[in-house]
Write a protein that binds this ligand. Sequence first.
Ligand SMILES: Cc1cc2nc3c(=O)[nH]c(=O)nc-3n(C[C@H](O)[C@H](O)[C@H](O)COP(=O)(O)OP(=O)(O)OC[C@H]3O[C@@H](n4cnc5c(N)ncnc54)[C@H](O)[C@@H]3O)c2cc1C
Length: 418
Amino acid sequence: MRIAIVGGGASGLAAAWLLDAAHEIHVFEQSATLGGHVRTVGGNVPCETLPPGTRLDAGVIEFDRAHFPGFHAWMRALGVAVTPLRGAGSSTLFLADGRHLHAPTALAAEHPRLMERLSAATHLVPSLLRLRRFRRETAGIDALGAGTAERFLSDDDFSVWVRCLLMYAYSMHYDEVRSLSGALAIPMLRAFIHSNEWTHIPGGVSTYVDAVARQLRAQIHVHTRVAAIHRADGGVRIGLTDTSNTCFDAVILAVPPHRVLPLLADADEAERSWFSAHRGGTVQTVLHTDNGMYTRRGIHAPSEFDLFALPGGGHGYNAYLNRLAGLPDPGTVSYHLGFDLDAEIDPAAVIHRQDHDVAAYTDLAMRSRSDIVAHNGRRNTWHVGAWLEDGLHEGAVRSALAVSERLGGRPLPGFTPE
Ligand SMILES: Cc1cc2nc3c(=O)[nH]c(=O)nc-3n(C[C@H](O)[C@H](O)[C@H](O)COP(=O)(O)OP(=O)(O)OC[C@H]3O[C@@H](n4cnc5c(N)ncnc54)[C@H](O)[C@@H]3O)c2cc1C
């Protein structure tokens, strides 16, 4: 078959790699580079101000070993090295009233003296008790019917912590977390709150995108935006923005869900009902070298990622890239990735600002996922994307694998989806 894949992010590339030997594949990507949210500055994103050879991820960064088996199997098959993160799982919540709550993994780094550590740990007790209650209340829940995660949260420190984690995990503004789908949020929280098995890709996450691009025989069309998709006569016509048209036997849409409906020129009633509730927008991550948010708070050791409730209102996160990117830690320069923390970052310390087109994974929008999966392939139109599964990289790979299996693609050695 001749198959068009619209979108060269993780899910589109995984689908292309899996189907490459069995079909004639064309990947259409609107940006100049492949990868979607995979943005390595000094890698697939050029940057003249970074020292030569320094590569910093401004997009996807870390992967849990236990909960990303499909992703890790794909990296093994690609021959891409994945290594454990030093100090994985460490995090501190900085509250607006000046208190700091260090997760157990961050306590030792910030308080080497036993008595200080014990004293800091006592502040954690109410949140740890709330965590136990949260785990009890969400155990065995049918997540698909859960609405939002809000029904398990309130206004206590634990709830602020959980909302900040969700902000971090799904790159959404803090205020939007309240409408986030519980079907996404609850399994993710239950799986990851205690996970210390985080890994990263040395040299940045775009290393794997380069490996995929080298191995594909598919035709890759970057800088090529698909404008319209028509289904007719048992095939699919792909209209490009330069007004040219190309015909295919099938199309795989690997774009965020809020981008689907505007592309379907002949959407029928079912497609309109599945996709009309999906919304999205642009968020920005900021690569910077400013330690001020820590020194102002008397903190010596930034964690893997830290969560901030700001005194003037607003919430954001900061990820310490020396640790996440495997650079010297501490190094002569501290590299950070900030999100919604502009009030805390000296503009002169900003290296790069990266926009990301993200879907709002609201409860309302995500209710149609099971229908979309059940009817995948209808009208020669297939859907892949992280949003169909966990919203993360594992979901991107699994969604591609599910479609590839039905279209006769190759398996992923060492991985069998349950
Ligand atoms: C800042 C940030 C940090 C993250 N950190 C992590 C992390 O640490 N671990 C993790 O597992 N996940 C992380 N994620 C989530 C992860 O990045 C995504 O789940 C995954 O990359 C999504 O891949 P995708 O293929 O589904 O979609 P996308 O990456 O959104 O790819 C869609 C592609 O489609 C293209 N496109 C859209 N419309 C068109 C069109 N009309 N024509 C042609 N091309 C089009 C886009 O340009 C894009 O390249 C992070 C996300 C962000 C934003």
